[in-house]
Design a protein. Structure first.
Length: 277
């Protein structure tokens, strides 16, 4: 093959290569573009409805934006948002740690599972509000009661998820670890954790979605700061614009956490699974 023929062949292959790259880029951008168009449509619908039927109970997006900017500049919004996020993080870590340990133990030891299964079912069905109220009555209106109440509401769900993960552990890997005389640390690192990662990721994702909602209720009932406290304060003042400003800001932050932290971790944990073609 001459140099001229090789160059000609390469030029012919470039259009196909560029078209495939453009197609892949288009497929990647389509979901994001769809979400963006959907949100813009919702914003326009909200603006139109607030303009046609002006009411204090249904503020215009511009009014919500004004409150958001004012409270951000004054430092009120960052302070209360930071307090709420700190409670979400503390409750999440506590619930995932305790729930994972108990769940793995129940999934590993059958007799313990049979004995404590009724306890798990009981706590799964106790309303979150009851746990919050009892925590405040027993331990007082303090951070320990607030964070503990949120964690207790989530721990049973984590137990169920991690228990299923422990039951699904492949015994062949355990036998291999015994043959090669793995240390306890190596067994945890190379045998246990890789198999439990998908279940831990699933528990984390559902945990974040549940915990931040319960944290707002905890703050509304018994704390003097946080997004939940501010929502209750503005509810008493009938300031819907402020309620929406704090709510939408907090929801946006939680969505960013979901997209930037939780979903990437879940994809990493399940990377070994076969993807549909």
């Amino acid at each position: 093959m001459t140099l001229r023929e090789a160059n000609s062949e390469d030029q012919q292959s470039q259009p196909g290569r560029s078209s495939s790259n453009s197609s892949a880029l288009g497929q990647a951008l389509t979901p994001a573009l769809t979400v963006l168009i959907s949100l813009v449509g919702l914003f326009l619908l909200w603006s139109l409805a607030a303009t046609m039927w002006p009411s204090r109970a249904f503020p215009h997006p511009g009014q919500v934006w004004q409150v958001l900017v004012k409270d951000t500049v004054s430092g009120e919004l960052p302070y209360h948002l930071g307090m709420t996020l700190a409670r979400v993080a503390a409750s999440f870590v506590l619930a995932m740690t305790i729930g994972s340990v108990i769940g793995i133990a129940l999934g590993t030891y059958r007799r313990a599972d049979q004995f404590f299964n009724a306890w798990v079912i009981l706590f799964l069905n106790v309303p979150a509000l009851v746990i919050i109220v009892l925590a405040y009555i027993w331990f007082g209106l303090n951070e320990v009661a607030a964070i503990g109440a949120v964690a207790i509401n989530k721990i049973p769900n984590v137990i169920v998820t991690m228990r299923e993960g422990a039951r699904a552990l492949d015994p062949r890997y355990r036998e291999m670890a015994q043959v090669y005389r793995f240390s306890a640390l190596d067994r945890v690192r190379h045998i246990l954790l890789p198999q439990l990662q998908p279940y831990f990721a699933a528990g984390s994702r559902s945990g974040i979605a549940l915990i931040w909602k319960i944290v707002l209720v905890v703050e509304l009932l018994g704390r003097s700061n946080g997004v939940g406290f501010q929502i209750y304060l503005y509810f008493q003042l009938f300031d819907v614009a402020a309620i929406l400003a704090y709510t939408l800001t907090f929801v946006a932050i939680m969505l960013l956490i979901e997209l930037l932290l939780v979903q990437p971790f879940e994809r990493h944990a399940t990377r070994w699974r076969r993807r549909p073609a």
